[in-house]
Design a protein around this ligand. Structure first.
Ligand SMILES: NCc1[nH]cc(CCC(=O)O)c1CC(=O)O
Length: 307
């Protein structure tokens, strides 16, 4: 079976992980690297790259054309709406869902001086760090993980924000500050690898052995809760769910204004029983509290270059 993947180091590390998990189950695979729109326009801020799911669409197309059997994605990059003939055949057990702060001199978020320059392209990370430290200077930081770390080392920033899972998958052991999920609610599905196949295919059957049920439930809730307000993984929207015991889940979700001064937030323990119903109710509450308007305003502000 052919595994399709993007060519970035992070994508290759994720594909390698799935390849070795499949090899353990006796499934032989070969690899094919696919260039995507999201990889082509690395000089432009992510929100300017056309449409949501730029990293995913080309791989979907190659699969629909029969060129690849299995695609491996960071699940947080998978758009809410998926082609009907395609299946998320496996959700792997989640790695760290947290964001981390990397600084040039090892300062923590609390120790950074006023007006320290923080790099991130994510509207969510911008809003959350400004909520915590309104005096910081947040600047755009585009590029894959390697580029972003190089720009930090080049002295263009005092600190940058990244997903811890990305660093772990690259095998880099760096001194970082892990940010708590309460103040820095992660993006829906952060830290999770998804395996995609055609529905009803042999590949679907083979890869479904890798599915981790608890992670599938957690990530499913994260998606439902923000489904009605979502604007992609770069919108100022966080959604994080985790089991607190075998029967209950902690659901946290929020939308922020770009400057972090306004927020719509839910924070609730729900039962595993009927979890989808609870998640849909919470999604309606997010909308009723004005979450949609907050996202739309942030997206408008950014595209008008009001920053
Ligand atoms: N949007 C890019 C992206 N997609 C997935 C990851 C990291 C791995 C993950 O969250 O699963 C990253 C990098 C980052 O956010 O720093």
């Amino acid at each position: 079976m052919i595994i399709g993947t993007r060519g970035s180091d992070l994508a290759l590390a994720q594909a390698t992980k799935v390849e070795s998990m499949l090899a353990e189950k006796g499934v032989k695979t070969t690899r094919k690297i696919i260039k995507t729109t999201g990889d082509t326009f690395t000089d432009r801020p992510l929100h300017e790259v056309e449409g949501v799911g730029a990293f995913v669409r080309e791989l979907d197309d190659r699969m629909l054309e029969g060129e690849v059997d299995i695609a491996v994605h960071s699940m947080k990059d998978l758009p809410t709406l998926r082609p009907e003939t395609m299946s998320t055949s496996a959700v792997l057990e989640r790695d760290s869902p947290c964001d981390v702060l990397l600084t040039t001199d090892g300062s923590t978020l609390e120790e950074l001086p006023e007006l320290a320059v923080i790099g991130t392209t994510s509207m969510r990370r911008r809003a959350q760090i400004l909520r915590y430290r309104p005096d910081l200077d947040v600047q755009d930081l585009r590029g894959n993980i390697n580029t972003r770390i190089r720009k930090l080392k080049d002295g263009l920033y005092d600190g940058i924000l990244l997903a811890e899972a990305g660093l772990q998958r690259m095998g880099w052991e760096m001194v970082v500050q892990r940010l708590n999920t309460d103040d820095f609610c992660p993006s829906a599905n952060q830290g999770t690898i998804a395996v995609v196949t055609l529905s009803g295919s042999e590949a679907e059957k083979a890869t479904s052995m890798l599915d981790h049920e608890k992670t599938r439930i957690e990530t499913g809730i994260e998606r439902i809760v923000v489904a009605d307000i979502e604007g992609g993984c770069t919108a100022p929207v966080g959604s994080f769910t985790e089991f607190v015991n075998d029967e209950e889940l902690h659901v946290l979700a929020e939308v922020l204004s770009l400057d972090g001064t306004m927020q719509v937030r839910i924070d609730e323990i729900i039962p595993l029983e009927n979890y989808e119903e609870h998640a849909r109710r919470l999604a309606r509450e997010m909308v009723a509290m004005g979450g949609k308007e907050l996202v739309q305003r942030a997206v408008c502000q950014l595209s008008n270059k009001m920053l």
